[in-house]
Design a protein around this ligand. Sequence first.
Ligand SMILES: [Zn+2]
Length: 247
Amino acid sequence: MNTRRTAPDTDPVRTARADQFRISATVILAPGDPRFAELEKALVLPEHRRPGQGYGIALLESETDAVTYVGSIRQIEDFRAANSDGNGVLDVSHGLCYGSWPQTGGWDEVVPPTTWNPGGEGVVTEFDHRGIAVVVYEFLRERGGEQAPIVAFHCLHCHNDHAFFHDHATENSGPGDRRWIADKARVHIRQAAHECRPLDPRHLEAVVQVAREKFGPGAVVPAPEAQCAADGPCAEIRHAKARAATR
Ligand SMILES: [Zn+2]
């Protein structure tokens, strides 16, 4: 699924809204739940509370947007029963929509971690930039014997590497993380005059030095694009796309 997004003409990389959302999870918050008061407080504004009724909640997301739908328990139970294949459509005119997923006030233990691509490997979205792409993608990183999901962006013009720019990648546990990185990608495009530059020559110099020590003074050092394609973010994107295609 690649959602059509609406963006104002004045700022083509700014997404105003998504036209279609995926329902990633549903949650029933019943009045008898021992965490009810705490979770309710972080879920809805005081004027939207419905004493004694509880809430049926759907967590919706597109590539870079998240919405929490809050309706009745009955509606979400009916939705679950009618859409066991996972392809259902939810009528959100019966409740309220909030512009993100709840994360605080105990919700971090309720909301399941999600990735956009099944398995956490693949492209999330791409933005056009100088005729080529800035890619927001998911991949897995080995950490402590486990595969940790990461989301990063990579500019195919300057070949920035999140190994050097640490704010270009973050842990990938939900649409808030993917939105965070997509926003960074948009900033990169907007501030291209300052940010979209090839790798600092000092980094390249270090690579040249290592190559010469290893292979002698005549060593040929590959261009940044070739290095990126060999074992940098471009390689990660290629690998993530290949993994996504097999699922
Ligand atoms: Zn760039």
